[in-house]
Design a protein around this ligand. Structure first.
Ligand SMILES: [Zn+2]
Ligand SMILES: [Zn+2]
Length: 345
């Protein structure tokens, strides 16, 4: 299949507005109109599917996070031959060392969580040999005489800075209930408004976890009705996060299917992808403003853009599907663990 086609699909983006959790526009094409610096010829895009970094209440007793438990299932069903050392909890920790280690884990074993494009064409993903990453790094940094270790270190530096880059503050929320709660929980793990914080704070809409929602779900509730009801009922004076949680916690909730909306919206953020698009600056005589707007690493400056895509609404049946998946994951995890123990003995 022509990878250009896949790339254009990515641009059918959606934007989520959730107060502090408003996600960025899709930026697969780099805007360079206002950049006066001389840029390299090629644009590189790094797509990361971060998965779920938030552990809701009923999942705290799980032995590992959903992503890590799913590795056992993927191994058992032959979808992968080697399990990943990536864990979304580390990426969403905001901790510099852990985030950088997560990026290296994704490079080592990309599965469907990392892809690198050059001018819209895939140059690195799970179908490539990991030795091919060296050539890709050389092209990104436009450098021949630097060791791979140094290239990877600078790559992680650029990606870390993009993921934790502070962004413009969003319009103030009048309620400050649940968006305030997020701030209390997350503390100062992230610079305000960075992309990791925005995605995580949408994931945090699911406070209870699948088990709770699955228990209260009845078969009478329609697949998609909640989407329209949500648009009709939301109070525009609050950020969407506060509006959504105030609405669903209200005793006079008229439309019962809205109880499930926080879970289903969080599920969208659990499956979204982010795209970092970057182009190296050739000439480094930059003025102060230009330098501030760019991302700097040991091997130079980059013009970057960050986007989020794959924000499609999920049907009500997602809840049943997730509950079945979790049961299966726990079962496979136990069996794999027991057979490992047998091998050791
Ligand atoms: Zn994990
Ligand atoms: Zn709010």
């Amino acid at each position: 299949m022509d990878s250009r086609l896949c790339f254009s699909d990515f641009r059918k983006h959606r934007i989520l507005h959730f107060g502090r959790a408003t996600l960025f526009h899709d930026f697969t094409i780099l805007e360079t109109k206002n950049v006066t610096a001389e840029l390299g010829d090629d644009t590189f895009s790094v797509e990361i599917k971060p998965k779920k970094g938030w552990i809701p209440f009923s999942e705290k007793c799980f032995p590992e996070c959903i992503f890590c438990m799913n590795q056992y299932l993927k191994l058992e069903t032959g979808r992968i031959t080697k399990s990943s050392s990536y864990c979304p909890k580390n990426l969403f920790s905001g901790d510099e060392m852990k985030v950088k280690k997560s990026i290296l884990s994704l490079i080592d074993n990309p599965q469907n969580n990392l892809r690198i494009f050059k001018n819209g064409i895939i140059v690195y993903d799970e179908n490539k040999d990991s030795s091919e990453v060296e050539d890709v790094m050389r092209q990104i940094f436009d450098m021949d005489n630097v060791k791979l270790e140094m290239l990877l270190k600078s790559f992680c530096e650029v990606i870390f800075k993009c993921l934790t880059r502070r962004s413009e503050p969003l319009p103030q929320c009048k309620a400050k209930l649940f968006c305030k709660w997020d701030q209390t929980i997350l503390g100062d793990s992230f610079p305000s408004g960075c992309i990791l914080e925005r995605i995580l704070s949408v994931q945090m809409l699911d406070v209870e976890g699948t088990k709770y929602y699955n228990k209260v779900l009845t078969d009478k509730i329609s697949e998609w009705g909640y989407v329209k009801n949500l648009i009709d009922e939301l109070d525009s004076k609050m950020c969407v996060k506060c509006a959504l949680l105030t609405l669903t916690n209200s005793e006079n909730l008229r439309r019962k299917d809205l109880i499930f909306a926080p879970y289903l919206v969080a599920a969208v953020a659990n499956d979204c992808s982010l795209m970092i698009t970057m182009r190296k600056v050739r000439k480094e005589k930059l003025n102060k403003i230009e330098k501030e707007e760019m991302i700097k690493c040991d091997l130079g400056y980059f013009v970057v853009n960050i986007g989020v895509f794959d924000l499609y609404p999920k049907p009500m049946s997602t809840i049943r599907k997730h509950e079945m998946r979790n049961t299966k994951l726990l079962h496979v995890y136990d069996t794999s663990r027991n057979s490992e123990k047998l091998k050791i003995n």
